[in-house]
Each structure stands twice: as structure tokens, then as C-alpha cells.
Design a protein around this ligand. Structure first.
Ligand SMILES: Cc1cc2nc3c(=O)[nH]c(=O)nc-3n(C[C@H](O)[C@H](O)[C@H](O)COP(=O)(O)OP(=O)(O)OC[C@H]3O[C@@H](n4cnc5c(N)ncnc54)[C@H](O)[C@@H]3O)c2cc1C
Ligand code: SF4
Length: 510
């Protein structure tokens, strides 16, 4: 009996469960660049280059290892423009009667593949994705019966389970579970931030760049200066580079933003971890090793590991626990459209311009730009969750529904009622001023709130607080904000709300 093994563009590892017990003589691996997957959202051009090139390199490696691989390269005239059509053709061509695959990361595709058995008349085996450190079942067992799901408690459980940064007698290394209090420094240029790790495009990548330029012209972003790794070996080098040059300062400047530096001390590893070029547990182990060998301090290493072992696993758990209803959540009742400047960067707000422009050039912005600048603005302005979610899904090289949706709909928009944070991450311009040097180069004045040239975040922040009193006034973490708002003179409150109404009426002109 012959078997097709489908490997998706974000499953690029020989450790993928679909390959377990596979037979090089009997089985045929199928990989395909198809229109449906490349175009279901306006994917950044660099993301398309990364994935197509990494897929092509991976297919070559499999062939070199002796596998038979059917690889469909992208062309708009291809007969098969969906994965289902490719598989249907391959079943016909090879006479195979079974398909083996690893479960998809996204609900949308998972639903489609789950129906293949009936639609294609072949046996379809869908195996669990064992690359995650917590299984779906493990997460739902942990969540079962808990009144509140808090990342911090899940994370501690994961530390105990994996033994990462744990002493032999079961205590957290360094005496604390979490060193975030040390991780809030502003960056003023010193120490200098390392340049991002670069791989110059090889022939395969250059071909893919030409293809994307020819067929995806209307997609967001640019292919210029593409320098992502597209092989396992190069992604490993990117990890080593991060540990040597950026990890030591990762913690201190984790929340910092800069007018001059796009990447600061972040790892830029999410595009590789999410598509299978790096294994998340191995990345955490490499970081832990850096602490044990004295190459990086505990606040950096713990903070970094928490992002992967804690946040990354937690958001994936929340996604599968609550989909498909999760995608429809809009508990704050937002109705506003996404301002057009999210696609162009054409705004006088310096922080927004910088974050969007970096996103356009790099298919990357670091966490605090995503959360406290573009995300915060969408929250304060009351943008419809589905529109801001679509934007985040399109513009980043690491974006996949399972990780983007909880981060945006949950963490940023608080549209799920608070699985990702006990209070919304709403902030005025003061926060951005404290963590960056953007404000000193901005058209708007961060110390003003009601005037024509006042920072828009300030009045919008108070408008948000005021219009969501019913949602948040009883939240113990928000009480002080409501007391501060109520303490202000009525004329001041009116002026702030007037200014915010005016901003909301003219969002496109900001
Ligand atoms: C609004 C918003 C949207 C986001 N969308 C995505 C997305 O589509 N894809 C994605 O991978 N991450 C997303 N994140 C999480 C985080 O911003 C990115 O993982 C991070 O910026 C990637 O850059 P890095 O590799 O340099 O991360 P680092 O700052 O170096 O962090 C290390 C690693 O931790 C993991 N990580 C950190 N925070 C998170 C988180 N909140 N959720 C999941 N993993 C995390 C990533 O794997 C990352 O590589 C989003 C965050 C926000 C606030
Ligand atoms: S003044 Fe306001 S809009 Fe301008 S950079 Fe600062 S926070 Fe952003």
C-alpha cells in the first residue's frame, strides 16, 4: 500500500510527526506552493520569500536524503491551486490510497484537511504536532476547572515539567520565577545593538524573489534586502548569533524602542521557530545553557525562555481551546475601521510611523512595538478586531493564525474578556515616551493632551477609560485609573473627550 505524506510550509523539519515510521521506498512526500495558501491574506512579500525558499531548500534536503518528493512550485496557471487539489492529483497519479500529515496550525486549514477523508476517498491520518512543548490535551487538562487561566501559572508548570532553569530540588534558578521587574530599561544607544544576523540570498532564494515580485505585486511590503535564513543550518547560526551578541542585553532592553534601531536585542527567531527551522525546546535549552556557562544573566535568560515556554505555548493552548468561536469575539463592541496608514506608514505620529515602516521593510517589528504602539493605538481607537487581526496576520514573517489571533484579539484588543491579560494593555503617550526616544522627533507633543498638536494617545487613552467604565471600573488593576479620571475637573474631562472625539472623527489625517 503506498502512502502520500503531506508536509506543509510551516512543518519544515525531519522531526515532523508525519514522517515517523515513513518508508523511503514506499512513500512519496508532497509539498506544494499553492495560490490558496499564498493568497488567503495579503502576506508580506518577505514572508512569501522566506516560506517558498525554505520549502524548496527543505525539499532538496529530503531528496538528498533519499526521499521521493513531489514538489509543486508556484505558478498562477498551475492546474492545482489548493492543497486538496494537489493531493487529489497525486492520489490519482500514484495510485496511493493513504495520506499522512501532521495537524495544521490554523483552524481554517485544519477544518479542510479533516474533511479530506470523505472528499478524496482515501484514508487520511492526521497526527499531532509534537513540536510544541505542551500538547493540546495537556493544555486543556491544565485549563480544566480553573476559574482564570493565567500565563504565569502555566509557565511555572512548564518550567517544572521541562526542568528548564530549575534547581535539582525543584526551585527556580536564581530564586525567582520571573525577573521582569529588571527588564524595563530605556535604551539610549549604549551598549550598541548588534546588527541583525544576515544570510545573503542564494540562487534558490533569488529565484523565489523574482517569482514573488512577478506574481504578488499587490502584496504588502518589499522583498528588498531579504536576509532571513532559509535552511536549518543557517537558522541554527542565527540562534548562536543571538546568544552571543544579543541575549546578554535581551532582558534589560526587552521593552525598549528606538527611533534608530529596528531590532535592538531581540532574537528575530520567531519566523524560524514557527516554520520548523528551529525547535522551540532546543532554543530554550540553548538559552539556559548560556546562563549556566555565565554568558548571559538570569534576567535575560529567564525572560527569553518565558516568551517561548510560557507565552508561545500559552497562546497556542488558548487558540485550540476556544476556536472557532474565539475568532468572532468582540467583547468591547468595537466598530471602527482600520485607518489606512497601517498599510502605508503615512502618519505624523512618529512611533506609529516607525513601527509600520519597519514592518513594511522587514516583515518584523518587535513585541513592544506590536503591543504598545500599533496594538495600543487600535485598542484606544476602538478598531474592529477582525480588521486589526487581518493586518497582523498579513504583515509579519512569523504570523500564523494560531499565534497571531490570541496575541491580537486577546492580548491587544482585550476582545476575549481577558485570557491574555488581567487588564487591557492601554497606555497614554507617557508610556511610549518612557520606553523610547520617538516623542522627541514627533510632530505631536507628548506633554500635551487637549491642544491641536497634543499627542493623540493621551486624549484617546482617557476616552477609552471613560467609554469602558462598565467593562473595567470593577477591575482591581484599573481602579486607580478610574479614580484619577474622576479626580480631574469636569472642564478638563470635557476637553479631553472633545479632543478624542475630534481625533476619532479624523483618524485618517493623523
Ligand atoms: C499584536 C501582536 C501580534 C503578534 N503576532 C505574532 C505572530 O503572528 N507570530 C509570532 O510568532 N508572534 C507574534 N507576537 C508575539 C511576539 O511579538 C513575536 O513573537 C516577537 O516579536 C517575535 O520576534 P523575536 O523572535 O525577535 O522575539 P523575541 O522578543 O526575541 O522573543 C523570543 C521568542 O519568544 C516567542 N514569543 C514572544 N512573545 C510571544 C507571544 N506573545 N506569543 C507567542 N510567542 C511569543 C517567539 O517565538 C519569539 O521568537 C505578537 C505579539 C503581539 C503583541
Ligand atoms: S508624541 Fe505621541 S504620537 Fe508622537 S511619538 Fe510620542 S507617543 Fe507617539
Amino acid at each position: 500500500m503506498s502512502n502520500l505524506i503531506l508536509i506543509l510550509g510551516d512543518q519544515l523539519t525531519t522531526a515532523i510527526s508525519a514522517l515517523e515510521n515513513a518508508d523511503k521506498e514506499r512513500d512519496r512526500i508532497v509539498m506544494a506552493e499553492v495560490h490558496d495558501e499564498a493568497s488567503y491574506t495579503n502576506h508580506h512579500k518577505k514572508k512569501l520569500v522566506l516560506l517558498f525558499s525554505a520549502m524548496r531548500h527543505f525539499a532538496r534536503r529530503l531528496e538528498a536524503d533519499g526521499w521521493r518528493v513531489h514538489y509543486q512550485t508556484y505558478h498562477p496557471d498551475n492546474e492545482s491551486q489548493s492543497l486538496e487539489a494537489v493531493i487529489a492529483n497525486q492520489l490519482k497519479e500514484t495510485g496511493a490510497d493513504r495520506v499522512t500529515t501532521t495537524e495544521c496550525g490554523e483552524w481554517r486549514l485544519h477544518e479542510q484537511v479533516s474533511q479530506w477523508h470523505g472528499r478524496l476517498g482515501a484514508q487520511v491520518e492526521i497526527r499531532p504536532d509534537t513540536r510544541f512543548i505542551a500538547s493540546k490535551q495537556g493544555f486543556s487538562d491544565w485549563a480544566e476547572g480553573r476559574k482564570q487561566l493565567r500565563m504565569e501559572f502555566f509557565y511555572r508548570e512548564m518550567r517544572r515539567k521541562t526542568g528548564l532553569l530549575m534547581t535539582p530540588d525543584g526551585k527556580p534558578e536564581g530564586g525567582e520565577w520571573n525577573f521582569d521587574a529588571d527588564n524595563r530599561r530605556k535604551w539610549t544607544g549604549k551598549p550598541p545593538a548588534p546588527a541583525p544576523f544576515r544570510v545573503e540570498p542564494d540562487e534558490v532564494t533569488r529565484e523565489v524573489i523574482d517569482l514573488v515580485e512577478a506574481h504578488f505585486t499587490d502584496h504588502f511590503g518589499t522583498t528588498e534586502d531579504f536576509h532571513f535564513a532559509v535552511t536549518h543550518e543557517d537558522a541554527e547560526q542565527a540562534l548562536e548569533y543571538f546568544i552571543d551578541f544579543a541575549l546578554p542585553c535581551f532582558g534589560d532592553f526587552q521593552d525598549a524602542m528606538s527611533d534608530d534601531e529596528d531590532w535592538l536585542f531581540h532574537s528575530i527567531l520567531s519566523p524560524y521557530i514557527n516554520c520548523g527551522l528551529l525547535d522551540p525546546l532546543a532554543v530554550c535549552e540553548a538559552a539556559a545553557q548560556a546562563w549556566y556557562s555565565g554568558r548571559a544573566p538570569i534576567n535575560a535568560v529567564e525572560g527569553f525562555i518565558r516568551q517561548i515556554l510560557g507565552w508561545r505555548e500559552f497562546v497556542r493552548g488558548i487558540y485550540w481551546l476556544h476556536m472557532p468561536e474565539y475568532a468572532q469575539e468582540n467583547r468591547l463592541g468595537n466598530t471602527r475601521s482600520l485607518p489606512w496608514f497601517y498599510w502605508t506608514g503615512d502618519t505624523k505620529m512618529r512611533c506609529m510611523h516607525k513601527a509600520i515602516d519597519a514592518t513594511r521593510r522587514n516583515a518584523y517589528a518587535h513585541h513592544i512595538q506590536r503591543l504598545m504602539v500599533t496594538g495600543n493605538f487600535a485598542l484606544l481607537a476602538g478598531v474592529k478586531p477582525e480588521e486589526i487581526c487581518d493586518w497582523y496576520l498579513a504583515v509579519y514573517a512569523d504570523a500564523y493564525d494560531w499565534v497571531e489571533l490570541p496575541n491580537v484579539l486577546g492580548m491587544v484588543m482585550h476582545a476575549d474578556g481577558g485570557y491574555l491579560g488581567s487588564k487591557p494593555y492601554a497606555a497614554s503617550g507617557k508610556y511610549i515616551q518612557r520606553m523610547s526616544d520617538h516623542c522627541s522627533n514627533c510632530h505631536y507633543k507628548v506633554n500635551k493632551a487637549t491642544e491641536e498638536d497634543a499627542c493623540p494617545f493621551n486624549a484617546l487613552y482617557w476616552h477609552f477609560i471613560n467609554r469602558h467604565r462598565d467593562d473595567f471600573a470593577n477591575n482591581p488593576r484599573m481602579g486607580m485609573m478610574y479614580r484619577n479620571w474622576d479626580k480631574q475637573k469636569p472642564e478638563r474631562r470635557e476637553a479631553l473627550l472633545r479632543r478624542a472625539d475630534d481625533l476619532l472623527a479624523h483618524l485618517e489625517q493623523l
